[in-house]
Design a protein around this ligand. Sequence first.
Ligand code: IPE
Ligand code: IPE
Ligand code: MG
Length: 244
Amino acid sequence: MAIFKKEEKSNIIIPQHVAIIMDGNGRWAKKRGLPRTAGHKKGANNFRTIADYLNKIGVKYMTFYAFSTENWKRSKDEVDTIMALFKDYLEEAFERFHETDMKMNFIGDRSVLRPDLIELMYKIEDVSKDNKGAVVNIAINYGGRQEIVYAAKEIARKVQNGELDPEKIDEDLISAHIYTADQPDPDLIIRPSGEFRLSNFLIWQCAYSEFWYDNVLWPDFSAKDVDRAINDYSSRQRRFGGVK
Ligand code: IPE
Ligand code: IPE
Ligand code: MG
């Protein structure tokens, strides 16, 4: 497992929140003459490796894009495989939650998922809620636009009930009604697989995130690639609209 070389360490800024679009599973499998589902399997294992590594180097919040609100367009076979892999992971995470210090959180509209998955998701969030390590968000049936719709409905309900004055609606209030309320916005968004787009990921939160992409496909994305991304991030000048 890669770890920053000592001499590099002083210049390294560990981002507080890293968000990853786990893309390229299908192409990884195709290159090897395997079914797309084999790529998802390998990709799901890699999620475990990279989450552990980010936790180890001191990243406090991480968000992994696992399944988008648009991914239902794929074949039933592919969607079923992704959900089955997700269930394997949930069962493992529930059985072994005490072996990790990470706090698990699922973002997205879970209401339409299989009831057995929903139940496990709530259980894992509950058993890991007092863990002191990194917060790990898994985005499943997640879409940035859907998240904003969800927040708008929540806010509208409060206005309707007379709990909220519409004049009090500001950026902070909207941030407090999205799935990542109470968490800092991502500092660094990583997209492997060579695509230069967000694909509806964290569109509210990433207003000032730094973007890093690479051609490496997600199943091959390693701790070394995390180091490369963080090295690059450390040399960025973040201005947030100001002057430095
Ligand atoms: C990412 O890999 C996994 C999901 C979107 C669920 P893809 O399945 O999109 O892989 P490519 O982009 O086809 O290679
Ligand atoms: C984004 O990848 C979603 C996930 C990685 C879960 P996609 O493969 O769905 O994105 P597009 O279709 O290339 O934009
Ligand atoms: Mg893709």
